[in-house]
Design a protein around this ligand. Structure first.
Ligand code: NAD
Ligand code: USQ
Length: 398
């Protein structure tokens, strides 16, 4: 049995991952400061699914499976001593790091939210790296990064897994081969923090021989996994609000409650997607396949497929009969782009990803339908603006 700490294990991706790793027989300890639940309060929104509090979640898991989960309420960005003391006591073989502010719109609300996102995400990641080195632990760090660090140039290049092999030509005719981090082009302050995280990882892998895997994940859709279905108190969160709701889950929820699907701009934006069940599978595969000490940061693209936003809206409209609305885009992003991504490593490790037309689309609709009475119309509009001269994507109720 190996000891695994899941930072951010109360969140949308972290909770089902903690359950997956526990079900595989690992000794799992969740660390979370419950900031995500506090942000729901700040925004006046709630998960569409009713999520149990942490003691109830842990008790339900033990009741259903006989397995125990540990929990520590620590702010990893601001309580370095508590984080270090926990790592010293637990000496985990693996730390999975989900504990960041992850909504691009929330990070763009205003100066206060930009500063919070940078402070929380960069300090949290750096505290973790510094503590592991201070304690001289040979822990494998698995971090959840994002596809968004690559940017969306959309000229057909297949995005590699993190690195570019380039040849630098200088004026005297000499050439120098280099393998460099793919140049980042973040589209929000949140995505910027993930770009900065990459440099922290590169430094600590080189300087201290830390073993690090950085998972560049696409947009996650769905809500339930094999384990969260086992008991109502294990249900995963489902965000649909204008800041935290991701596009496909928002469309599915909007379709169920009879709200027009809020396509930003022309819907020509192409993005990478992955189902939550595959998120937990991929993290499990990454945990089981660590890099060796001295290796460079292992970067894997954690995606199943790519879709254009208006194509997604058309698909959801076709399945549900929903109306599609094209609203002013509150964000600053390419109007149209193509996107091609390599996910060769996860494929080689055996991942056969769930695709959008599969049964889980129906299951997600069914979950949304079950809890649709909990929805709040006011929470739907995306109101966070990227620049002062953009306008929000509000659809008026008929
Ligand atoms: P989430 O907000 O639901 O979960 C994050 C968790 O981390 C929350 O429970 C929060 O309370 C906790 N947390 C935040 N700051 C903390 C701190 N300083 N100390 C302790 N705990 C803290 O987000 P999620 O959707 O589960 O995403 C998890 C990770 O995966 C994020 O890093 C995100 O960037 C990445 N990711 C998510 C998606 C997606 O579509 N949801 C896609 C790609 C990558
Ligand atoms: N969009 C709409 N209508 C909506 C909501 C979004 O058209 O109602 C559009 C957005 O303008 C954007 C695209 O859909 O072009 C994706 O938006 P999103 O909110 O689903 O995803 P994003 O902001 O990119 O962020 C999410 C997660 C983040 C993660 C990222 C992965 O919140 O944590 O890092 O997906 S990726 O996009 O691959 O970088």
């Amino acid at each position: 049995m190996t000891k695994i700490i899941v930072l951010g294990g109360d969140g949308f991706c972290g909770w089902p991952t903690a359950l997956q790793l526990s079900s595989e027989g690992h000794d799992v300890l969740i660390v979370d400061n419950l900031s995500r639940r506090r942000i729901d309060g700040e925004l006046g929104v709630q998960s569409l699914t009713p999520i149990a509090d942490m003691p109830e979640r842990i008790a339900a898991w033990e009741r259903v499976t006989g397995k125990t989960l540990g929990f520590a309420n620590i702010d990893i960005a601001h309580d370095y001593d508590a984080l270090r003391d926990l790592l010293a006591a637990e000496r985990p073989q693996t730390v999975v790091h989900f504990a960041e502010q992850r909504a691009a719109p929330y990070s763009m609300r205003d100066a206060g939210h930009k500063r919070y996102t940078v402070d929380n995400n960069i300090n949290g990641t750096h505290n973790l790296l510094a503590a592991l080195v201070e304690l001289d632990l040979d822990t494998h760090l698995v971090h959840l990064g994002t596809m968004g660090v690559y940017g969306y140039d959309g000229d057909g290049l297949e995005l590699p897994e993190g690195y570019l092999d380039v040849t630098v030509a200088v004026p005297d005719g000499k050439t120098y081969p280099r393998s460099i981090l793919y140049p980042t082009q973040p589209g929000s302050v949140y995505h910027l923090t993930k770009s900065l995280d990459q440099l922290l990882f590169q430094f600590y892998a080189r300087n201290d021989g830390m073993r690090i895997t950085d998972l560049h994940q696409g947009i996650v859709w769905g809500t339930q996994t094999e384990q969260t279905r086992l008991d109502p108190a294990l249900i995963n969160r489902f965000d649909y609000d204008g800041d935290y709701g991701t596009v496909l889950n928002r469309f599915l929820m909007q379709a169920v409650v009879g709200h027009p699907l809020t396509v930003h701009g022309t819907g020509g934006q192409t993005r990478a997607f992955i189902n939550i069940q595959d998120t937990v599978r991929c993290v499990s595969l990454a945990v089981a396949n660590p890099p060796a000490r001295g290796d460079r940061v292992r970067i894997l693209n954690q995606v199943a497929e790519t879709h254009q936003v208006r194509g997604l809206a058309e698909l959801v409209a076709e399945v549900t009969g929903a109306e599609v609305a094209f609203v002013d885009n509150p964000r600053k992003e390419a109007v149209e782009n193509t996107l091609s991504v390599s996910n060769a490593t996860f494929r080689s490790l055996g991942l056969e990803p769930i695709l959008l037309r599969d049964a889980l689309l129906a299951e997600t609709l069914e979950i949304v339908d079950r809890y649709k009475d909990r929805y709040d119309l006011e929470a739907i509009p995306a109101k966070s603006l990227w620049t002062k001269n953009t306008r929000p994507g509000v659809v008026k109720k008929k």
